[in-house]
Design a protein around this ligand. Structure first.
Ligand SMILES: [Zn+2]
Length: 86
C-alpha cells in the first residue's frame, strides 16, 4: 500500500486504501492513513447509533459521509462549497 500524508494525523503512513466508492473513496485513498481509518470505523458505530442512521438509505449514507469527512479532516466536498461572494 502506498504511503500518504494523512489529512487527520499529519503523519506519512500507509494509506487506508480503497475503502469507499466514488469521490470520497478517492480522497480517503489519497489522504487518509490506515490507522486513522480504523479509528473512524470504531467511531462510526457510535455515530450511527447516536443519530439513528440507516446506511442502506442514500440520505443517511450522505449524512454519514459528512461525518466521515469531518472526522478525517477532509473538509466539505467540492460541490458543496459556498461560492465566493461577487
Ligand atoms: Zn492518520
Amino acid at each position: 500500500m502506498a504511503d500518504v500524508t494523512c489529512a487527520r494525523c499529519g503523519l506519512t503512513r500507509a494509506s487506508a486504501g480503497r475503502v469507499l466508492p466514488g469521490e470520497i473513496g478517492d480522497e480517503i485513498e489519497q489522504r487518509v492513513c490506515a490507522q486513522c481509518w480504523s479509528e473512524w470505523l470504531a467511531q462510526q458505530i457510535r455515530v450511527i447509533n447516536h443519530y439513528g442512521l440507516r446506511p442502506a438509505l442514500r440520505e443517511d449514507r450522505e449524512k454519514l459521509y459528512e461525518f466521515t469527512r469531518e472526522f478525517l479532516g477532509l473538509g466539505a466536498p467540492e460541490g458543496d462549497r459556498v461560492p465566493p461572494a461577487s
